[in-house]
Design a protein around this ligand. Structure first.
Ligand SMILES: NC(=O)C1=CN([C@@H]2O[C@H](COP(=O)(O)OP(=O)(O)OC[C@H]3O[C@@H](n4cnc5c(N)ncnc54)[C@H](OP(=O)(O)O)[C@@H]3O)[C@@H](O)[C@H]2O)C=CC1
Ligand SMILES: CC(=O)N[C@@H](CCC(=O)OP(=O)(O)O)C(=O)O
Length: 310
C-alpha cells in the first residue's frame, strides 16, 4: 500500500526540497495543493486530514494552526519542520542519531519535530561529550555558525538574490541574531543535554546552501585528562553503526588546510571534525552539513522513512 503524504508548505524552500527527494518514489503518493491555493485554509485542512503523514514546512504559527486542523484525527502522523514543537515532550525529536534509542522513538511516534539546521550540528557535537561525561556541568558553551542563505527561506533568498528589492542585502557575509536570543538556543540546550544555555552566534554567507557549525573548547576546563583523542573517540563511539553522520579521522583532519561550507551540498549527510594540535590546550569541534539536507529536508525524509518502516 502506498502511503499518502501531504507537504503543507510544499511551495516553500524546505517543502520543495522534500518534494524533489520524493519525485521518483513509488512507495508514496504525494497529495498536492496548487501553488495559488497554498494559503487556502479549507483545502489545506482537507488535504492534511487525508494524509497518512503530513509534513509541515511552514512558519511556527502556521504549523500550530495545521496541528489544530488535525485535532481529533488519530489517523494522521505529523512531521513538523518548524521550531514550534522541538522541546515539547509530547513530540519525538527527529534526530535519529541522537542516541541509540532515538530511531525507534521516531518510528513509533505519532508526532515528530524535525530539528533545526544549526542545532543538528551543535547537538551532534555536544551531546556525545555530555553523555560521556567529558563536558562538565557549568561549562560555558559557545556555538558559532555560518549558513547558506536558503536557511532564511523565500524572504532571505529574495533579499540575497534580487538586488533591485528595497530590502536587498548586499553583504557577502553577515552576522545576525545579535541579541543572542536565537530561537534555536532552547533546542540546543535541551537535546545537547546542557545545563547552561549556549552562547549562539549565527551568520550567513553569499552561497545558497551549506553550513558550518563550530564549538570551540578549552581542554583544561573539561573533565580531567580530556584530550583531543578522547573527545574524538567519544564521537566515534557515539556514531558507530550508521552512515549518515561521519566522524572524520584525526589523521585526516590534521592534514586539512580549510573546510568548505558547501562540501556536502545536495547530500543528506553530516561530517564531524575535531581540530587542534597534539598538546594544544584548545580543540575546535566542527559540523559540516547542508542546511537543507541533514539540516532540514533530508532529515524530514529520513524521519518519514523511519515512520513508514514501523
Ligand atoms: N530553510 C531552511 O534551511 C530550514 C527551514 N526550516 C523551517 O522550515 C519551515 C519552512 O521554512 P522555509 O521553507 O525556509 O520557508 P519558506 O518561506 O521558503 O516557505 C514557507 C512556505 O509556507 C507558506 N506559508 C506561510 N504561511 C502560511 C500559512 N499561514 N498557510 C499556508 N502556507 C503558508 C509560504 O507561502 P508564501 O510564499 O505565501 O509565504 C511558503 O510557501 C520554517 O518553520 C523554517 O523555520 C527548518 C530547518 C532549515
Ligand atoms: C540563515 C537563517 O536565517 N536561518 C534561520 C534558521 C533556519 C532554520 O533552521 O529554521 P528553523 O528555525 O525552523 O530550524 C534563522 O536563523 O532563523
Amino acid at each position: 500500500m502506498t502511503a499518502k503524504i501531504f507537504i503543507d508548505g510544499e511551495h516553500g524552500t524546505t517543502g520543495l526540497q522534500i518534494r524533489t527527494r520524493m519525485a521518483d518514489r513509488r512507495d508514496v503518493e504525494l497529495l498536492s495543493i496548487p501553488e495559488a491555493e497554498r494559503r487556502n485554509a479549507a483545502m489545506r485542512e482537507d488535504l492534511l486530514n487525508s494524509a497518512d503523514i503530513a509534513i509541515l514546512c511552514l512558519p511556527d504559527e502556521a504549523s500550530k494552526e495545521a496541528v489544530t486542523m488535525l485535532a481529533g484525527n488519530n489517523n494522521v502522523r505529523v512531521i513538523d519542520t518548524s521550531t514550534a514543537y522541538r522541546v515539547d515532550p509530547n513530540w519525538a525529536y527527529g534526530f535519529a542519531e541522537l542516541d541509540k534509542a532515538q530511531a525507534d522513538k521516531i518510528k513509533a511516534a505519532r508526532n515528530v519535530a524535525n530539528p533545526g539546521c544549526y542545532p543538528t550540528g551543535a547537538i551532534a557535537l555536544l551531546r556525545p561529550l555530555r553523555a560521556a561525561g567529558l563536558l562538565p556541568d557549568g561549562y560555558p558553551v559557545s556555538v558559532n555558525a555560518v549558513s547558506g542563505y536558503t536557511g532564511g527561506g523565500k524572504q532571505l533568498i529574495g533579499q540575497m538574490e534580487d538586488a533591485s528589492r528595497e530590502d536587498a542585502i548586499s553583504a557577502n557575509n553577515f552576522l545576525y541574531g545579535l541579541t543572542l536570543k536565537h530561537k534555536h538556543v532552547p533546542e540546543m540546550k535541551e537535546h545537547g543535554l546542557l545545563d547552561r544555555a549556549p552562547l549562539f552566534s549565527p551568520s550567513v554567507g553569499r552561497f545558497a546552501q551549506g553550513m558550518i557549525v563550530q564549538v570551540p573548547l578549552f581542554l583544561e576546563d573539561l573533565k580531567d585528562g580530556a584530550t583531543i583523542e578522547s573527545i574524538h573517540s567519544a564521537l566515534v563511539a557515539h556514531y558507530a553503526g550508521q552512515d549518515i553522520v561521519t566522524v572524520v579521522p584525526l589523521n585526516e583532519s590534521a592534514t586539512l588546510a580549510r573546510v568548505d561550507a558547501e562540501e556536502l551540498v545536495n547530500t543528506d549527510r553530516m561530517k564531524l571534525f575535531v581540530f587542534g594540535a597534539a598538546g594544544s590546550p584548545h580543540v575546535n569541534l566542527v559540523a559540516l552539513l547542508d542546511n537543507l539536507g541533514k539540516g532540514a529536508s533530508g532529515a524530514a525524509v529520513q524521519n518519514m522513512d523511519l515512520m513508514l518502516s514501523a
